[in-house]
Every structure is written in structure tokens, then in C-alpha cells.
Write a protein that binds this ligand. Sequence first.
Ligand SMILES: [Zn+2]
Length: 293
Amino acid sequence: MKKLLLCALLTLALLFGCQAFASPVTQLSDGTKPDFPESSKLLKVYFINTHGASDAILLTYDGQSMLIDCGDTNYGLMFVKPLLDNLGIDHVDYAFNTHPHDDHINGFLSLLDHVSIGRFYTAFPFSYSAEQTSVMKAAMAHGVEIVNVDNESDISFGELRIWLYQDAKFLTPVAAKANSASMIIHITLGNSTVMITGDAEKPVFSDMYAEKGDAIQADIIKIPHHGYNTPSYEVFKVIGSKFAVITNYYNERLADSSQFLRNNACQILYTGRGTVEAVTDGTRWTIGQLTDR
Ligand SMILES: [Zn+2]
């Protein structure tokens, strides 16, 4: 497995040409360099570098794949398809859109033309926004099964346990509150947890905490809205993440949230510096990043 992992990283390095794996391998649990046994089934989470503020996050586990958001127009082809090719994935089992804003959903249009998708999860009505309508139409034209999800939906697969949270009070017929209506996706394998948060804003996390309590804990959190929003201090203490992924380049507008995370002893990885790869066997994580030379 180590060889395979190394192979994958090397091919990723080749893929990105001017980039190389910088191997800041880090652990959340026992402090030793992880060497997962060959028998381990690994959850791999790729926070893809889309060269700016947009989300495209790929999960692979036990031969299945889930793509959460797909970046902006053409990003599916530009940034997601090369990674899929490199991993030998020619079929995405599950696509998920956290909310139908262009920087999260439009990339599916270009991906659909080149990669087959089994099922598309959406938490929004068909006609919620122009972006939503055009992607839903394209998905149907490609024969993709569209599945509407809500907080009660169980989209777990394999040993992955997944729960969803959408703050219903922000799901209005007009798309103005789409960020706060983002579906939050909480994924668990064994003792390892990761939370994908779309562009949700502070009140959403407070409401989620009020409803779910300690279940919101996550080893790794994708910081909402490309780093421009964070949960409150009180809620973040409960989430307790040691690693935060910001889907953006670092810029001055991120100074406050970056400081907030550091004050909470949370290590930050910016996808603008390279695709972040987090791997777990359910007991510990390794996190690495493709960085520019
Ligand atoms: Zn966004």
C-alpha cells in the first residue's frame, strides 16, 4: 500500500508538472509516520486546487467515489477530470452539490460531457436558480439519476457513515440565502471524521450545534465560503478540528479567519497552494499537499 501511495503521489506530481509532493505528512492520533497496512481500506479525500475560491472535493473509498461540488464553469474538465484520470476513475458513483452557486455547481456541466456519473444528490428544487436548472437538465440528459436529499437522508456507502445538515430557515424560494442553505456533509470512517461545509455562515453552525450537539466533531473541516466565514468560537471548540482546509489562495481578507484558526490550534491548508490529500484507515489521518516547487 505504501508503494501504491507513493505511486499515486508520483503520478500526481507528474500530472501537475511544475508541482511536487512536499510531504508535510502529519498525524492526528499517535504522532508516528503512518504506514497503513496493505489490508487497510482507505478513505481518501482530495480538496482539489481550483486556483481560486471554488470547491471541488473528491472522496474515494472501497472502489467508489463521491464528488462534492465541481468548481466553476469548465473546472470539471480543467481540474477534476485530470485527477480522476490520474486515479484511474472513469465513473463517479455519486455527485453532490452543496448549493447551486456558480463556483460550486457550474463545473459539473463540463464534467458531465466527459465522465459518467451514477447519481446526483441535490438539496435544492429543480428551478431554484439558473445554475441549478441547467445542471439538473444536463445531468438528466446524460442519464444521471437525480436524488433530492434532506436532513433525514442517509447517503452512507460502504463503511462510511454520512449525515447531512441543511438549515431549513435559509432555504427560501429565492436564491439570495443560498450560502446559508448549503448542505453540510459530515463523513465518518471508524474514528476519523471530516466535515464539508459549502458556504454556510455562522448562524448555521450554531443551529447545527443546537440540534446535533457533540456529533458535529470533525478532525478535518473545510472552512465555509473559501475561508471568509467560520463557525463561532463556541461552536468551533466543539467541532475541535486540528486541520482546516481553505479552498482559496491566501489573501488579506483571510487574515482574521486564519488567525482565528491558529488561535484554536488548527493547522490550515490552502488549496491555492496545491491539492490537499487527506487519507485515513479509520484510526488516523495523513495529510499531504501538492505544492509549487
Ligand atoms: Zn463558494
